[in-house]
Every structure is written in C-alpha cells, then in structure tokens.
Design a protein around this ligand. Sequence first.
Ligand code: SF4
Length: 239
Amino acid sequence: MDDRRRKTRTTGQVTEPGGEATKGVSGKDKEGARVAEVLRRLAEHYRNPRTELSHRSPFELLVATILSAQATDRSVNEVTPVLFDRYPHPGSLGAAKPEELYPIINRIGLFRNKARSLVGAARMICEQFGGDVPRDREALLRLPGVGRKTANVVLSNAFGVPAIAVDTHVFRVSRRLGLADEKTPERVEAQLQSVIPRESWSDAHHWLILHGRQVCSARRPSCQECFLVDVCLAGKAGG
Ligand code: SF4
C-alpha cells in the first residue's frame, strides 16, 4: 500500500497525501461495502476454487502441504505420485528412514528437513492418532513440519473446516487490497476472519492465492488489467 495514502481499516477513512481523513457517509458502511464488492468479484472470477496440490486423502494432502513450503505446487505434484505409490499410508511412511525419501523428493527445496518431518509426522499419526490424520488444529500443530498455515490447509481442504491459511500470496494480496494491514501471518489471518464471512473463509484463501499467482504478483502486479483496481487500496493509489 502506498504509504502516502493510508486508509484506516476499521473506520474506512482514507487519508490523501498531505490531507485529512475523508469523512464518508459512514466510513464503516463504505468500507463494508467495498470489502463485500472485493469478495463478490473474487468469487465470481474464481469459481469453485480448490487446492492445486494433487491428493486423494487427508494423509496425502498433509504430505503434499508439508512438501509445498517454499516450493511450487507443480514441483510437489511432480514428486508425490512416486512418493504416494511407495508410501501409501502413515504406517509405511512412518516405518521408513528419512534418507530413503531423498531420491524421490530431492528436487524440492529443504528436502532433508521435509523428509524428517514427513517420517516424524507419519509416526506420530500412527502412535498417537490411531493412523488417521487428526481433524483438529491443536493436534495437527503437534505434528513435525506442521505450522498454522499447513494445519489450516488440511483442515479446510480435507475436512471442510472453515479456515484461512495465510501463505505469501494471501498475505501480500490481502494487504494490498486493504482487507488486512497487520505485519504477521497470524494477525492477518485474524483480520481476514473478521472481515470475511465464515462460510467463505476457505474459498477466500483460494481466491487470494489465485489472484496473487495470476494477477497480483509480488514484483509486478498487473493493476491495469485487474478487475479489482477500482476497489483495491493499492490499485487506486497507483499500485
Ligand atoms: S489492483 Fe493491483 S494491487 Fe490491487 S489486487 Fe489488483 S493487481 Fe493487486
């Protein structure tokens, strides 16, 4: 967001460079309408969004999501068919040595750490959760390699629990759009939960990722071609 033109998220007031806050009819109402319009357009543009990580079960999604940290979904999808074929369930993966995974996943960044996490998570699932990926956040967060983002991805995509996983795209795009302005993923997640209806949390995660990948890239956001430019704070301020 342009520092010269800041908007107060909670009041919806916009401060022009060198000027005072613009008093709206009701700043809160106007801001609510703007956010609603942003969400409406995202929903219309990115219909029926779903994760691009290939998986057939909560366990496979958990594995793919752990692998996807700082890696593209495409690169993960290239290695998981062999991985899932060799280790189809937590029991087989938990019985493996991390080094045995290296030849399969060594194209993925941080593959040694991720191999350790995958084997450790599979073992814990067998030993503490009866062989099934747990369905609650606290339990998921105990698994090696699982942080809040991964837990939210698994909860929303595998179990249908409303959640907003904040990755680099969600963090960047939501701040540019003025849906959030906090500086940590956890706080941005809380802000997004406060402005997005609960039933749209999981979809909103996908909308913001897709928009970040296709239009609002980190280095060169395509504001001129963006269907949100008139309702985006960064877009209106000149990108
Ligand atoms: S207008 Fe620009 S900054 Fe705003 S969402 Fe679109 S591409 Fe991103």
